[in-house]
Design a binder for this molecule. Sequence first.
Ligand code: HEM
Length: 351
Amino acid sequence: MPLPPSGPRSTLASLAVIAAICAGAIGALAYTAGWLSPDRLTSTKLVDALAPSNGPVPGYRRNHAKGICFTGVFEANGNGAALSRARAFQTGRHPALGRFNLGTPDPGAPDATVRVRGLGLQITAEDGAVWRTAMINAPVFPVSSPEAFYALLRVPASKAPNAMAAFVAAHPEFAPFGAWAKSPDWTASYAQEPYNGLNAFLLINASGAEQAVRWSFRPQAQAERITPGDLAKRGEAYLEREIIERVAAAPQRWSLILTVAEPGDPTADPSRAWPEGRRSVEAGILVVERIEPEADGPCRDVNFDPTILPDGIRVSDDPFPAARSAAYARSYDLRTAEAKDYPRSAAEAPR
Ligand code: HEM
C-alpha cells in the first residue's frame, strides 16, 4: 500500500488546505451575517428594528409578544379539497393549536394601545402534516415589501423631522392600512376579529393544478364595536380575561375562507387588496375549545412560521413568507435562549 507523502512539502500542503477551509468558513459567516453586503436586509436587522427604544423584553416573542394560547379543532367540510390535496382540507376534524395576540414587542402593552390583533395557528392533519399560519385583523399589510417594512420599523428611531409623513409620502401603498388603523372600529373581543393571512400562497390539487389564494378566518361572533377609550376603561389586559371567560362559557368559531385569485391579481404584494367579488370557498370551521396557559403553555415553543406548509400548499412569488420565516427563526432562537426570563406562571407575567 503506498504511504502518504511526508516532509515539509506535505505539511505546507496540509496547512494550505486548513487555511482554505477556514477562509471558506469565515466567508460563509461573513455572507450570512451580511458583512459582505451591508445593504442586504437580514433577519437580524429586521428583528433588531422591531425592538422598542428601551430594548427587547427577554424571553418573549420579538413581535406579537402579548398573547394567550388555545387548543381546538379545525373542522374541514371538504370544499377546499378541489383546490388543494392537503389532508387538512379533506372532510374531518384536525387538531388545532393557536395563539391570540397583539402586534407589539411589549408583553405588558395595554390592550387599547395596540391596533393590530393577530392569530397564530397550527393545524395538524391525521397524516401528521403540519400547517402553520400567522394572520392579522388588518385587511391589508402597511407596505409592499420586506425592505419597506424595515424602513417603517425604523421611523420611530429617526431624528428627521416629520419622519412618518416622509415615509408615507415615499410609500403611497401605506394609505389603505393607514385609513384602517385610524378607523374607530375596534372590537371588544379577540373572538370578534377576522384574521387575514394577507400573503398569497399556491394551493396544489390532486391533479397537480396550482391556484393562488389568500385565506382569512371570519368570526361567527357578532362584533361589539368599542372605542379605544372605552376599551382602556375595561383594563389593560381585558382581552385576555374576556376570551378566557367567553371560551369557558362556549367554544368560539371562525369560518376559513379561501379567496381565489384571478389572472393579474397581485400575489407578491400584501398591501394591495384583490378586487371585490373574487370567488371564495368556505373550507371549514376553526373551533377554539380551550384557552391554555400562555406562561409556559403549549404555544411557548411554537414558531408560527408561515412557510411551514403541508403537501398541497406552497409559497407563491410573495417575498414576505421567506423574510418572515427568517425573522421568526431569529426571534425564536433569541427567546428560547432566554427561557429563564420567561414567566413560569401567570402570576409572574407582566400586567
Ligand atoms: C417582513 C415582515 C414581518 C416581520 C419581520 C415579522 C416579524 C415577526 C416576529 C419576529 C414575530 C415573533 C415570532 C416568534 O418569536 O415566534 C412575529 C409574530 C407574528 N407575526 Fe409577523 N412579521 C412580519 C410580517 C407579518 C405579516 C404579513 C403578518 C400577518 C399577515 C404577521 C403576523 C404575525 C403574527 C400573528 C405573529 C404572532 C404569531 C404567534 O402567536 O407566535 N407578520 N412577526
